[in-house]
Design a protein around this ligand. Structure first.
Ligand SMILES: [Zn+2]
Length: 76
């Protein structure tokens, strides 16, 4: 099973990081490098190309290119 089949898109076309939902089963998908990042990571994390960065210390999500950003729900 590919990574894509394990996820369904929950949100896309966002224009501001405050719109992005967070949750245990929610991941942020980077359309540039293809990474899936947990929306509630224990440590600060970014995707390989740094389009999506989560800074847990400041509870901050940074996205450079929103057209390559989507929130996905991981299927059980
Ligand atoms: Zn990326």
């Amino acid at each position: 099973m590919s990574e894509k089949e394990k996820h369904v898109v929950a949100q896309k076309g966002l224009t501001d990081t405050s719109q992005a939902k967070r949750g245990k089963d929610l991941y942020y998908h980077c359309g540039i490098c293809g990474a899936y990042i947990p929306s509630q990571p224990e440590d600060s994390i970014s995707c390989k190309c740094a389009n999506i960065i989560i800074d847990v210390e400041y509870v901050r999500l940074l996205v450079k290119d929103f057209s390559k950003f989507s929130v996905v729900r991981q299927l059980p």
